[in-house]
Design a protein around this ligand. Sequence first.
Ligand code: PGA
Length: 254
Amino acid sequence: MNQIKLIVGNWKMNPGTLGEAKRIIRKIRRVAMKMNNIRVVVCPPTPFIVACVARKKPDPIHFGAQKVTYVENTASTGEVDAVMLRDIGVKYVIIGHSEQRALGDTDEMVSKRVLACLKAGLTPIVCVGEKERDDNGDFLEPLKEQIKKSFAGIPKKYSHNVIVAYEPIWKIGEKEAMIPDQVCEMAIFIRKVFSDIFGNNVGLKLKVLYGGSVNFRNATGIIQIGKVDGFLIGRESVNTPGFIELMKAVDSIS
Ligand code: PGA
């Protein structure tokens, strides 16, 4: 296998202070420096990003944002655009997270945000996932629709530069992650839907992350059996000792 795995920390609205954010980054950075098989991406709250980005390059940590606008008119109070994010050192943006979808983000808004990122040279990490499961697979069709609509209008030339994070909503903030076999099935399903949209060349190479109650105990199995390219991590990303253990566990998979 030995392909670089992505470990994306979604800090959400944590921690409460910039001082704490910088402390977490310093600790993670020290460990990330020694890793060869993982790429660590940290997505702090937007006001903390600038202060977290290292002045000394190269930085073993890459940075992502949790939100980006799709409006082009600069007379847009409260919005932050992709070019501004790129300018402060951001490389990735989490888009379509279920918590943002719950606040009103539609598939159409998601696809507009994705396009705005791609045009600015940022990599969107697009979250998809079903709310709940049923035994006869009825959840698959709406999921397929969600994926298709979230990428509607994205030109094929950009399609190599997107990442999909599969986050079954019923597994976010839980005790246990999804079992690795199920993760594997879903990664195949998502790559197949992507092949339908953009062709096999793109679909087979698509980077798929898993998110939902990942920690250092379950990470290795999900990577090995789930055949995903990494993780999108919520709670464990601000629990520094646990996050560091997770980084080490994934880095040591060969
Ligand atoms: P969790 O969150 O790791 O705390 O389950 C994942 C997410 O919301 O991205």
